[in-house]
Design a protein around this ligand. Sequence first.
Ligand code: TPP
Ligand code: MG
Length: 358
Amino acid sequence: MDIAQEFPIQRVIDEEGQLVGDRSGVSDEQVREFYRWLVTLRTLDQRAWNLQRQGRIGTYPPFSGQEATQIGAVAALQKDDWICGSYRDWAALSYAGVPLSYPLLNSMGHAVSGRIPDGVNALPVQVVIAAQTLHAVGLAWSSALQNQGRVALTFFGDGATSQGDFHESLNLASVVKAPVVFLCQNNQWAISVPIARQMNSQTIAQRALAYNIEGIRVDGNDILAVYQTLREVVGRVREGRGPALIEAVTYRLGAHTTADDPTRYRPSEEEQRLSHGEPVARLRRYMLGNGLLTEDENKQVEEAAKATVEEAVQAAENFPKGSPEEVFDHVYAELTPQLRQQRAEFQQRIQEGGTARG
Ligand SMILES: Cc1ncc(C[n+]2csc(CCOP(=O)(O)OP(=O)(O)O)c2C)c(N)n1
Ligand SMILES: [Mg+2]
């Protein structure tokens, strides 16, 4: 059996921006709305990279190349569904309603970036690889037990599929039929480890077979395919037909983080070949070629995105400076006796003019 053939990649527009599938589930207005978001978030991501290079923010994990998967998937959710993502999923959180200043505040060390605003049902970004998949199963299962009708969508990377947490999550979700959508962003790399050295399976989606759940591959650089596929899958999952595993095939356009240099391990031939179908340029080609966008309108979208991102930069840079004691906040509703004591010692040292380390 040729497994890759069993899991064909769902696609609506190809790399050149040609319509190759059915887009009847997406209105022209929705396409324009997606494009505005794609451009805004790409602009934010590039600005964040430059801010780090200027020393204005700390380490930052860029999501360029993965905007279509993140936006398209969240667009398929209802407002009170859960989102559980990782450090690279700020595009998903932003589209869900988290302010655009938050990814910047996160890289500036502000604790507020972990406090998801009311009205957005998301967990703070997870750095422990694959751990958020477990949390998604718990949230989804509890929602099902309480008949809340909520779905949990969890994002993770190709590298995360080698973690025990990922397999434990799929297994438990399958057994209890938890309403979870597992969305793997296969961006081909886990830092410097390519997918071919990560696994011997032909696809990530086929792992669904082992857990007797639905598995689908979708072109993660095609926002129309991601949105339409996710809408159908989320609908089935919400009906109680069990969890699903989606593999969004995409490409990490840049470095793993601002601390990484991919030229040391990634062939430039591959970068050129796989960057060509990236999501923003792809949708632009399609829209320009099909009367959904003119060059002038495109300039306006880009100008508006720059202005929106500038506001986010201002908001982040004007945010009140935090105090070192904040490390004790927001972990427990009430501090444990040991942590209370540590905070008191910490405050005393700071008052005495020492450093937090003593
Ligand atoms: C449990 C755990 N092991 C190792 C790491 C170090 N680490 C950080 S990112 C990363 C690679 C993850 O790759 P992938 O899942 O493909 O996600 P991507 O970074 O490509 O979005 C690793 C190994 C970690 N954060 N957590
Ligand atoms: Mg990866």
